[in-house]
Ligand binder design. Structure first.
Ligand code: F0G
Length: 400
């Protein structure tokens, strides 16, 4: 049976799937959805998922719900709130390969989702659950992308969307999206961490919380890895490189690999490599120093505003995936992010600054001999090139 469980193995307190709790009642840590082993044989499951690509049933047109055997799929065909998210391509790198220093590089471009970021993958699952439990209003704190996504899916579900943004720090494009989709926007003096604290402190019983501490969001985001492996014909890459902010996405990817391995869908995993911005690098710092607890960065600062986060909530979950896959964590400077973003643009792909941490990280690792030149590498691009046009105009106004 699907249910909720505390993500700390030593605690493992269990709750009903629809409990609405965001934290373990016993130890206060984050919850996760426990997914039972699917009934199907792995080969049948892979065939079933692939065949659904030719179906126009609502859930099959979604690159999230197409993989519903791995999701809490209790909503039926009409219960899901979907914008046909997912179904994003794996784009082969051309010039970027040389920049990164690896021969076999591709980008899973999650910025090519309905609202232009990977958040849609989690939001379809989160809002579907919110609607199922009868929520009338949903809310998140955000550096911009979660806000845009929540706003769109709340509109589709016919519920009130409320977003808390760090005043003056989210890109104008993301704020514009949230407004256009009709969300109530609340600007908080301070950074993302302050905005999230304000929201969590509000303890409004009528609000359904949709930050990535919501375990249903993680379930949706998890499917990006299933889709990626399907696109690779289940040939496992050596490295999977992902930006790290609040660390929900890397947690989701770790969970995906743990489940796929335990269900016999894969027999090995890529190594998860998390890349943070140097000015907002609490996990990279923890990794480098060998510390066992995370120390928050009080004043996070980076041009990659999406990941300007000093106190990531999902760090423990995220490290579980890094350890499980024998991966690692590093950081890159704003200058390195800028160079990498420029290169991704010149490859005809484009992305927002936070996404370019991946290519910058790959370059740093190949130069240090930590990723081999002949390794098979997939980098996750998390946001669309049009997500932060101010950055582009500011840094590229002298394009020749
Ligand atoms: N890339 C982009 C474009 C993002 O918007 C975010 C997070 C991340 C990477 C990091 O993902 O937090 O799961 O580690 N954006 C959140 C937001 C915080 O509010 O939109 P993470």
């Amino acid at each position: 049976m699907f249910h909720l469980r505390c993500s700390v193995p030593d605690c493992a307190t269990t709750l009903d799937l629809h409990d609405r709790a965001l934290a373990c009642p016993k130890c206060g840590d984050l919850l996760e959805v426990v997914v039972p082993r699917p009934q199907h044989d792995p080969a049948d499951l892979k065939r079933l998922w692939l065949n659904r690509r030719t179906s126009y049933e609502t859930r099959d047109t979604s690159g999230v719900w197409r993989f519903r055997e791995l999701l809490p799929d209790v909503y039926g065909p009409t219960g899901v709130v979907t914008l046909s998210e997912g179904n994003t391509p794996l784009v082969p790198a051309q010039n970027t390969r040389f920049f990164g220093g690896v021969l076999d590089l591709s980008f899973k471009h999650l910025g090519w989702n309905p609202t232009g970021s990977f958040k849609d993958l989690g939001m379809t699952a989160g809002i579907t659950e919110a609607k199922f439990v009868g929520a009338k209003a949903v809310a998140c704190a955000s550096t911009g992308n979660t806000a845009a996504s929540l706003a769109a899916y709340a509109a589709r579900a016919g519920v009130i969307g409320r977003v808390y943004l760090p005043a003056g720090q989210a890109s104008a494009n993301k704020l514009a999206q949230a407004l256009d989709y009709g969300a109530e926007t609340i600007q908080i003096e301070g950074n993302f961490d302050d905005a999230l604290n304000t929201l969590l402190d509000s303890k409004d019983p009528n609000l359904y919380f949709l930050n990535s501490i919501n375990p249903f969001r993680i379930e949706g985001q998890k499917t990006a890895m299933v889709e990626m492996l399907e696109q690779l014909n289940w040939q496992i890459p050596d490295y999977l490189v992902v930006p790290g902010g609040n660390l929900g996405n890397s947690s989701a990817f770790g969970k995906a690999f743990m489940e796929m391995k335990s269900f016999g869908l894969i027999d090995r995993t890529p190594r998860i490599v998390i890349v943070q911005a140097a000015g907002a690098n609490p996990l990279a710092h923890m990794w480098e120093t060998g510390a066992t607890e995370l120390t928050a960065v009080a004043q996070p600062e980076t041009v990659a505003t999406a990941i300007r986060i000093g106190n990531p909530r999902s760090w423990k979950k995220s490290l579980q995936g890094v350890h499980f896959t024998n991966g690692f964590v590093l950081d890159v400077t704003d200058e390195e992010i800028g160079e990498a973003k420029n290169c991704i643009g010149r490859d005809g792909i484009g992305c927002e600054p936070a996404s370019a941490t991946t290519l910058a990280g790959i370059r740093k690792l190949t130069r240090a001999g930590k990723i081999e030149r002949d390794a098979k590498v997939v980098a996750i691009l998390t946001g669309h090139v049009l997500k932060d046009t101010d950055y582009i105009i500011k840094h590229r106004s002298n394009n020749k």
